[in-house]
Design a protein around this ligand. Structure first.
Ligand code: ZN
Length: 446
């Protein structure tokens, strides 16, 4: 292409862009409607789904934080008008660098309410309904649920809730009872987006092993063979702090107290110097003490965009959704891949098969409790165990109510046999990781 032709072509293209942009600004930004000619051309041939998308489709967004702000913006700009958002958190000044629906004047207010107000005032025709107080939202009212949470427990709870809504007729799943769950998660420079069709594809608990419990450094490394700056900080935090009690006896280390962090920082520097380790900084010290994983705004943007695209694909039925787990990582370079997470045959949440607990009759209840919390596939937080013993419903152990905990604590050191439990006995376990009580079958091993 010669130069003149090239510049003409460029000019023509530029004008077209300007025209389009002006049109969008006029129609989408200032007018009463967000419509412009040709906006829906690509999905118009499926008239029913377009109407469904614009008029009927009700979406629940869980979380109005880093991912949630992005999700709400993306969904609203994609044309969804009926969006509900749950978040019980209030806005903190530290949120403002990435949670862009919030302003300094909003600090202290409910995230869900401020986010909803912002979207509603900015995007004509869109109605975001906030739920700032109680997560007691009836999931059954929604067509699609999108999770932008930072807690695995809350995610598992939502997963369990959607599984509890499934209807089986003669063991066959009624597809009408499935509410798709689009789940986004980010941690620093890493993120994932996944599509879950409860009862059909891998659920959160099927892949629980992918969320390992928080890794702590081995004590021997911290105490005698530090290699990383983090090891030195952990040494000061775990060993020196309780020993030297620099701020008084029994004073717990407060990650928000600059004087205390300064003390830990200085001591960590000394420790690092001893082992020729570099890299201890005040910032890192605070990060390790407070267990901070830095939030990266661009990771939220990438993952939310992927999630919103999946919502669009499912709602419009115009494209095939992600199958089913996308991983994004730009810690070192940038890469992403997608794989099909598989359902776990004996998933404690979605398999509908009561799991076996194999213990000897001489095992103590404490061992059962440890298994429930430590097993990689269960990872319960504070399981409450009940069983029917001699025709009576008996609470064997319950942690969440102090008086009951005290009353049932002696059971932990009793053997299963002493507690009157028998082979094949059903144990009911309740935990914060699921809204449903889980049934286990006790199988005695010899
Ligand atoms: Zn599952």
């Amino acid at each position: 292409m010669n130069l003149l032709l090239f510049s003409l072509f460029r000019e023509k293209k530029r004008r077209r862009v300007v025209e389009l942009t002006e049109k969008m600004v006029v129609d989408g930004g200032n007018g009463h409607t967000c419509e412009w000619e040709g906006r829906w051309n690509h999905i118009k041939n499926t008239e029913v789904s377009l109407q469904f998308m614009l008029e009927t489709c009700k979406i629940l967004v869980i979380g109005a934080g880093g991912l949630g702000c992005e999700l709400l913006k993306d969904l609203a700009l994609s044309g969804f008008r009926n969006i509900h958002v749950v978040d019980m958190d209030t806005i903190d000044v530290s949120n403002l660098n990435r949670q862009f629906l919030f302003r300094p004047k909003d600090v202290g207010r409910s995230k869900a309410e401020v986010a909803a107000d912002f979207i509603n005032s900015r995007i004509p025709g869109c109605c975001v309904v906030p739920y700032p107080f109680d997560s007691n939202v009836l999931c059954v009212k929604f067509h699609i649920i999108v999770c932008g949470l930072d807690s695995v427990v809350a995610r598992r709870w939502m997963n369990g809730m959607l599984l509890s809504l499934l209807v089986y007729e003669d063991g066959v799943l009624d597809p009408g009872s499935i509410i798709p769950l689009i789940d986004g998660g980010t941690e620093g420079f890493k993120g994932n987006a996944r599509v879950i069709l409860p009862g059909m594809t891998a659920c959160i608990d099927c892949t629980l092993e992918l969320y390992p419990p928080q890794i702590n450094f081995p004590m021997c490394t911290i105490a005698s063979m530090p290699r990383l700056p983090e090891h030195c900080i952990e040494y000061v935090r775990m060993l020196l702090w309780p020993k030297e009690t620099p701020f008084g006896d029994g004073v717990a280390l407060d990650g928000d107290d600059p004087e205390q962090i300064q003390w830990v920082y200085q001591r960590s520097l000394e420790r690092a110097a001893e082992f020729n380790i570099t890299g201890v900084t005040y910032r890192l010290t605070q990060g390790v003490v407070k267990r901070i994983i830095p939030a990266v705004a661009s990771t939220n943007a990438v993952i939310a965009a992927a999630c919103a695209t999946e919502v669009f694909k499912i709602a419009s039925s115009a494209y095939i959704p992600l199958n089913n787990y996308m991983v994004f990582n730009d810690v070192d370079g940038l890469y992403t891949y997608t794989f099909e997470a598989e359902r776990k045959e004996n998933c404690s949440a979605c398999s509908q098969v009561p799991l076996d607990l194999r213990f000897a009759p001489s095992s103590k209840l404490q061992e059962v409790l440890d298994y429930l919390t430590e097993s990689a596939s269960l990872q319960m937080k504070s399981p409450a165990i009940t069983a029917t013993v001699e025709g009576k419903n008996k609470t064997l152990y319950l942690q969440s109510v102090a008086s009951i905990e005290q009353r049932t604590r002696p059971n932990l050191s009793k053997t299963l046999k002493e507690l009157g439990l028998t082979d094949g006995q059903e144990l009911a376990v309740a935990d914060v990781t699921t809204p449903q009580t889980m049934l286990f079958r006790l199988c005695f091993t010899s």
